[in-house]
Design a protein around this ligand. Structure first.
Ligand code: AMP
Length: 296
């Protein structure tokens, strides 16, 4: 199976022990998922579709993508732009995030429908998120959704994590509408209940599931932090409990790593229940360490 992930990877500056020292890394939801997927499935083709500039940091990001065994050939080069950046500050021991992504090259990733469609054509499974949609302008969103719909019609498997981030959107009504349209072009939706309850007022994970099935998805797996995971698919539905973790250190990328296990299960044709159990195991390790990309 050839897997394509579409979205934004950013430069990350994280504070070190010495005050004023920062480490430069790279992370971003759709990238984190393929980074974990590469570790689960060393032998499959995994490509990352994003936007990059022509400057040194963009080249460094491209090299990092390649060094991690992820195909970078679908990264669109946007002259005059660069990659987005976020800085982690520690405030009373809590991590605080500042973002610079307004001019990020990834915002133009859907500017050429032909390039986008070719990338989708050349893969079997396409993964994207609400962050991918949120960073685009209205035309970019339409272009991406149309290309994904065409891919789905052609038999590709489309997988979507709504990853609701209201700060990325012009208003919450647009976030809800476009997220619903995202689920509508997708086979599989992987929401996190905590966010869905806030922004869609779902009463419970079954409510979230029903809403995304009505939008057009066929399978929904609702993550819910330490609480049981509810799933519904044409093969059946069920609830799977999450192993208890006594020392949660940092939940960054918990959902992204969980999603990687689901994609890996689709590649290996394991049952949904088995993939969810594997997702709990992986994300359970990820929350016990600091940072988005945890070697487990
Ligand atoms: P979330 O997107 O926050 O719902 O988390 C995704 C997955 O990470 C969950 O389905 C769990 O498998 C795991 N996870 C997140 N938070 C915790 C926690 N506090 N304890 C155990 N597992 C967790």
């Amino acid at each position: 199976m050839k897997i394509l992930s579409i979205g934004e990877c950013m430069a990350e500056l994280s504070p070190q022990k010495q005050a004023g020292d920062f480490h430069l890394g790279f992370a971003g939801d759709t990238f984190n998922t393929v980074w974990y997927l590469r570790r689960l499935n060393p032998d499959i083709t995994i490509s990352y579709y994003t936007g990059l500039g022509t400057d040194a940091i963009s080249e460094q990001m491209r090299a990092m993508i390649k060094d991690n065994g992820i195909d970078d050939q679908y990264a669109v080069v946007v002259p005059g732009r660069t990659v987005g950046l976020y800085l982690i500050s520690l405030k009373n021991g809590e991590r605080n995030f500042s973002y610079w992504r307004g001019q990020s090259a990834a915002r133009s990733l859907a500017s050429d429908p032909k390039v986008l469609s070719r990338a989708i054509d050349e893969h079997d499974l396409i993964y994207f998120s609400g962050i991918t949609l949120g960073i685009l302008d209205a035309t970019g969103r339409e272009t991406l959704l149309a290309a994904l719909q065409a891919g789905r019609n052609a038999g590709k498997t489309i997988v979507f994590d709504p990853n609701l981030r209201p700060l990325l959107w012009e208003d919450t009504a647009t976030m809800r509408d476009v997220t619903t349209a995202g689920a509508g072009v997708s086979d599989i939706v992987l929401p996190s209940f905590e966010d869905e309850a806030v922004w869609f007022k779902d009463a419970n994970p079954k409510g979230t599931t029903q809403r995304y099935l009505s939008a057009g998805a066929t399978t929904v797996i609702v993550k819910n932090g330490p609480n049981p995971i509810y799933y519904f698919s044409p093969q059946g539905e069920g609830t799977i409990s999450v192993p208890t973790i006594t020392e949660v250190i940092d939940t960054t990328a918990a959902g992204d790593s969980f999603n990687a296990a689901i994609l890996s299960g689709l590649n290996e044709r394991t049952s949904l229940a088995q993939s969810i159990t594997a997702g709990c195991r992986l994300s359970g390790s990820v929350v016990q360490a600091r940072g988005a990309l945890v070697t487990v």
